[in-house]
Design a protein. Sequence first.
Length: 597
Amino acid sequence: MALDQVDRPCRRSPCDRTGVIPQSEDSRCKSQAYHRRRGKKSPQRGRPTKRRMIDSSTASGSVRWEAASRIRESAIPCLSGLRPRLSRSFTMDHKPHARSHGYSTENANPTRSNLQKPGRFGLLFPELAAVPWTTGDPVQDDAILRELGAAMHVAERKDGTIAAGFTYFGQFVDHDMTFDPTSLGENAVDVDDLVNFRTPALDLDSMYGSGPRDQPYLYQRGTTTASALMLVGPVQGVPPAAPGGGDAQVQAMDGQLYDLPRMADGLSEKTAVLGDKRNDENLIVAQLHRTMLHFHNAVSLKFPELSFADVRKVVTHHYQQIVLHEYLPAVAGPLNVENALKELKHYLIGPGYLASSPYMPLEFAGAAYRFGHSMVRPAYNFNKVFNFAAGPQLADFRLAFTFTGDGGFLGGTRYPTNWLLDWRQMFDGLGAPAQRAFAIDAALTDRLRIGNSDDSPFLAQLNLVRGAKHYKLPSGQAVAARMGIAPLTGEQLITGTAGEVVMKHQLEHQTPLWFYILKEAEVLEGGKHLGPIGGTIVAEVIVGLIKDDPESVLNAGTPRALPMAGTHFTMTDLFNFVESMKGQGNIPAAGVINPLG
């Protein structure tokens, strides 16, 4: 089926960042204009709208109609707190909250990214929605996927070539682009009804929120909306009996500004005050987020003549440079990134297709970009206190979930001083050889579970079931054919950790997309980076989002260029720049690279 024959759903989200539908004439007119271009009547205000959906039970894609249900404002709580469950559909008869989770049109620095609404999730290849991966029996599907997922988790893995810190940098990037709060306990969802509660752009809205005017609690008191500094919080000393408690430098860090800002009252004083609460779910991402807060403040202190808007642009542009020229080539492959920068062949952007707003493809969010789970190590050298030499139990990566606000800090109320990270262990070029992430392949460490107990479900099981049941993703072979890429052979797919399960259920002929993408990286690229399908999808979506933003580093000038060692700004340059400003403003005198020494 040709692309122009597919009846694509409207990609423009009619809802603001709270998930509540605005009642503005502007949004209504734009919606009507879009439907006029499509030769359709726009939905009537106040009436249940009809949605045209593909019935996946038939190859021809029979049409069924479903009335869209209304939702009340109170059904969508603030995303910085609870994760809401979405109603199945939306209608256009509700006003937005006074303050929303994302950007406001009244922000102190309105840019195109600030003003855009959260986008829809969609499909790169909507014609494949009629042929999702399935055996035809939902019960059998579930059993097969759980068996395959369990077989993917192993005790022994091999190192890859990518620095370990990029596993968690990728998670930070993910939180900057996407948020799907749909409950895993729900049945299959209609793709049209999935809303991405982030701006689908790399604009750091997960850090800046809606700006100092709309979310002043993210910013340092005493600064103005025109020159705001990001708020950071103090860390908490540990008792002498704690690991590292007898170390003078560990004790000297008590009260220093190395933590995320946390609530002084409310439900929990451990709750981090963030643009995206998920960035406090593990300590590596949390400390990376805190480093980005310090990065903003370092730029503001270095260039006091710049407004908040310009400082934000400097920070965002250099972050985008890291994504485009260091992170993406490492994980997606240099050739795939180079091709995406030249031309987008699959993630198409243009009037009438995206209707002026980009969307987040489910093939990306539900499969290709979940490669990072394969990179997770079971243990790390975190710093001079928690490391392999101190004992396996003090290097276990599961501790990363204990020493966060959600994990409870083992009874404390703030980030403990003995857990300040040594970033030299995570990124190259900071003075010590960094650890490597595990290779990108069709295996995950057996400690990566949904929960901390040894009998908790494996993460791979969740990924596979969600991809098939909730997102109805096609098989890897179907996507390969659509992209014009030679598929993996049966012999290639039955090798390795889960090969016996693949062969047992004949999955080499119809392979779940996430597993296929990981296997492609394993057999074609030796686990160094993603293969042609996964690498192309990841590169095109991320490059496409940056290209689509007229305020991005690819389309707009940067107010100040920061020092860098090479052609492009890197994570090493970022850490070194913040380190050069240590002792100034709210940047600690011990620096940020290795504060414990």
